[in-house]
Design a binder for this molecule. Structure first.
Ligand code: BES
Ligand code: ZN
Ligand code: ZN
Length: 486
């Protein structure tokens, strides 16, 4: 999707369709009434008749019968004015984007009058227009050109395009089936990102991981015949800046291992690498946008399968941190591989760490698909992550880690167990486990994206499937941290 901008008035623009967002509780502004007059009152009629009420995500398309250069106008409901925050601003643009695809528009203009930050239009339309028919003969339709009608600087335009392109790369990567998107494939992508972005990269295959002491990662990896990798990418701004570490869970397929999952919906576990894809997408952004801080990304890439050498419930592995883990349930594999990826990120200098992981089914029970859960060890940093999410329209809800929760993971044989003895507090147990691998001097936030990385059903503004949740939050966080440094 090519993005351009213009300050021409709507009736002068020549494109396939002009999208105009309008509030439910506000009269049509003068320029819309003027435009309506030019096309025989068609827009005002749509409102008077009640065909278009302005309700959130409602869309009505109107023909212009050759009276202005563009053949159609799309009225887009923006809901109530007071509710129109950055999240809804993205989603309203997304609803327009999805409708434009359904109308098979190739070129579209979008009236930016209601947007104080027109980047949100680019992001919303760009996310909304993506459909996933990756391996169908008939490819999904896309918009070729989006014209923002309003003020947006070339730099803003370029950045918003880059962000949305990268988010859609993440989404398509997550959607790939596990036979195509193996750990080998994903590590090749990581190498490509490093090469193109001139970043340092270290890759450990299973043998190298064992040699380095990453026995937790290697333990999960040994259940699968596909080669597995832990990769670390490094962007250096300068030697004195602090280092942000992003750690991603990259299970390209989670069968549960010997603690095998029920077959119902097991196919969805191809998405268990969403954290790693998002972390790699973030590094793509970093390599182009070059923020004034250092960034390390570590991703643990493996399948979780019940092969002949797979870990068995009760097996004990030793992590890079030196702590031993009793793997009571091989389906709680994410935390086990992340333990080594977290330690590695800190060994490479990360002092502020965010991990992204589709870690628990429990978070789906707690928050559904409306919010990502965050747990952290320093309230200030957790707040920064939540705020970063808010600024891009991604909801993040905190759950606590109380001292008593630490009892959850006691093991009789090792330093800690990977699951609690009883049900309950499943999301927190995941966080408590990961915190064991964080140096208390460092700041850390864990994002459990199991409920938000994948939409179970289509929304008016987004296709069913991967969402790339977290990507735009990480970028906003990096910008905030770089500001704090100045
Ligand atoms: N990958 C799953 C979590 C998941 C569930 C992701 C639903 C996306 C959607 C994770 O590895 C897992 O299986 N977790 C277990 C942990 C349990 C054994 C403590 C779970 O949630 O059941
Ligand atoms: Zn699992
Ligand atoms: Zn998993």
């Amino acid at each position: 999707m090519k993005v351009t901008s213009t300050l021409y008035s709507l009736e002068k623009i020549e494109t396939d369709i002009i999208a105009i967002p309008l509030f439910e509780d506000e009269d049509f502004p003068d320029y819309v009434i003027e435009l309506s007059k030019k096309i025989s009152g068609a827009l005002v009629a749509a409102k008077t008749i009640g065909e278009f009420k302005g309700k959130l995500y409602e869309t009505t398309s109107v023909f212009t019968h050759g009276k202005i250069p563009s053949p159609r106008v799309l009225l887009v409901g923006a809901g109530k004015k007071v509710d129109f925050d950055r999240r809804l601003a993205v989603n309203v643009a997304g609803a327009a984007g999805r409708k434009l695809i359904k109308l098979e528009a190739k070129r579209a203009a979008f009236d930016a009058t209601k947007y104080s930050d027109p980047s949100l239009i680019v992001e919303g339309v760009g996310l909304g227009e993506l459909d996933f028919g990756l391996y169908k003969k008939e490819k999904a339709k896309r918009i070729d050109e989006l014209v923002i009608v309003g003020k947006i600087s070339p730099a803003e335009q370029k950045e918003a395009s880059l962000v949305v392109e990268t988010a859609n790369w993440v989404r398509e990567t997550v959607f790939q089936p596990a036979n195509r998107l193996t750990p080998t494939h994903l590590v090749t992508e990581a190498r490509k990102i490093a090469r193109e972005g001139r970043l340092e990269i270290e890759v450990y295959d299973e043998k190298a991981a064992v040699k380095k002491g990453m026995g937790a990662f290697a333990g999960i990896a040994q259940g699968s015949n596909e080669p597995s990798f832990i990769a670390a990418l490094k962007y250096t701004y300068n030697k004195t800046a602090s280092t942000l570490g992003i750690v991603g869970k990259g299970i390209t397929f989670d069968s549960g291992g010997i603690s095998i999952k029920p077959s119902d919906k097991m196919h969805e576990m191809k998405m268990d690498m969403a954290g790693a894809a998002t972390a790699l997408g973030f590094m793509k952004l970093v390599s182009v946008l070059k923020p004034k801080l250092n960034v390390v990304v570590t991703v643990a890439l493996t399948e979780n399968l019940p092969g002949g050498r797979a870990l068995k419930p009760g097996d004990v592995v030793k992590s890079l941190s030196g702590k031993t883990i009793e793997v009571l349930n091989t389906d709680a594999e994410g935390r086990v591989v992340l333990s080594d990826a977290l330690t590695l990120a800190q060994k490479l200098g990360a002092t502020k760490i965010v991990d992204l992981a589709t870690l628990t089914g429990a978070v789906v029970v707690a928050l559904g698909s409306e919010a990502t859960a965050v747990l952290g060890n320093k309230q200030g940093f957790t707040d920064q992550v939540i705020k970063a999410g808010e600024s891009v329209g991604e909801r993040i809800w905190q759950l606590p880690i109380y001292p008593e929760h630490k009892e959850l993971l006691r093991s009789e044989i090792a330093d800690l167990a990977n699951i609690p003895p009883m049900r309950g507090a499943g999301v927190i147990a995941g966080g408590v486990f990961l915190q064991e691998f964080i140096d208390p001097k460092n700041s850390w936030a864990h994002l459990d994206i199991a409920g938000t990385a994948w939409l179970d059903s289509e929304k008016p503004f987004l296709a069913k499937g991967p969402t790339a949740v977290g990507l735009r939050t990480l970028l906003a966080l990096a910008k905030e941290l770089e500001k704090a440094k100045e």
